[in-house]
Write a protein that binds this ligand. Structure first.
Ligand code: BG6
Length: 278
């Protein structure tokens, strides 16, 4: 990748189990469990800070979706973050690192509030925990939406299924934001999908990820889940995504996006995901 060595931080738990965070957006760009990569990053991803890294786990804040005041999905993904705590092992061998970013003139042009974001990453034997704290350092309340835009690597997306969506209302962005109710116990994908599911179960199981295994995603304070794959037609319009890459990724994105969160001064909102290779 094009970023310099100093702009990535690696958590190493031994046994070829590692996690790499690029300080551009504090984006988790790699998670290897016993040397097997679990996250998808496009071969055409760009790391110049003009847009988010196409893959890994970009952070969406303070706005999910197209935004009148700034880039789609907000600015957190294109800010340069600081390392607040270098990777450090717990007694049990798990590794923790902490990253942060605060408002700047660049963020204030788009969103005129003071804030601090703190991202805590914990690497366990077969788990990755990523938690984002939003802290309101403004003298007034603000509203925001947030999401972990997780790109999972899969051998063939047509063979994957996602649990935890049955009965949920969803906005189908491929059908001019029509609203439906999900009738399937397990959602499968055989075309362009861009669904925003509301009030989903706390846990999703995604089948047939790397090596035919299952991946569990558990989410905290994140009521909604977006499922996205651009398929071939949309892929061809994206300059940072190969035309042939869509079968090898699935985005299952935990967030708080349907109803904006209101945060009072000095308060903190914490949203967390835990990914577990089963
Ligand atoms: C998803 C959105 O979360 O992200 C899609 O629901 C969007 O509509 C996709 O196309 C990718 O967004 P971007 O800004 O990273 O190209």
């Amino acid at each position: 990748m094009a970023s310099s060595v100093s702009s990535v931080v690696v958590l190493d738990r031994g046994n070829n189990t590692t996690c790499t965070i690029n300080l551009l957006g504090a984006t988790v760009v790699s998670w290897r469990v016993n040397n097997q990569e679990q996250l998808f990053v496009s071969k055409l991803a760009v790391f110049d800070g003009q847009k988010s890294i196409r893959g890994g786990i970009p952070l969406v804040f303070p706005h999910f979706g197209p935004w009148a005041y700034g880039p789609q999905h907000g600015f957190a993904k294109i800010c340069r973050w600081e390392v607040e705590k270098q990777p450090e092992p717990y007694e049990n061998g798990d590794i923790e690192a902490i990253f942060s970013v605060v408002d700047t003139p660049f963020t204030k042009q788009m969103w005129n509030y003071s804030f601090k974001l703190v991202l805590k990453v914990v690497l366990r034997e077969k788990e990755l925990q990523v938690g984002l704290n939003v802290i309101n350092t403004s003298p007034e309340p603000f509203q925001f939406t947030m999401l972990f835009h997780t790109y999972l690597k899969v051998p063939d997306v047509r063979k994957c299924s996602i649990s935890g969506l049955h009965g949920c209302m969803f906005v189908d962005k491929t059908k001019e934001n029509s609203i439906y109710q999900e009738s399937r116990e397990l959602v499968t994908i055989d075309n362009w999908i861009d669904n925003i599911y509301q009030n989903t179960l706390q846990e999703h199981i995604i089948s047939n990820v790397v090596s035919g295994r299952k991946m569990k995603m558990v989410k905290y304070n994140l009521p909604d889940t977006v499922v996205w794959n651009p398929w071939d037609v949309k892929a061809s319009t994206m300059s940072d995504f190969g035309d042939d890459e869509y079968p090898n990724m699935i985005c299952v994105e935990a967030g708080a996006v349907m109803t904006p969160i209101t945060l009072n001064p000095s308060n903190t909102y914490e949203g967390t995901i835990i990914l577990q290779v089963m």
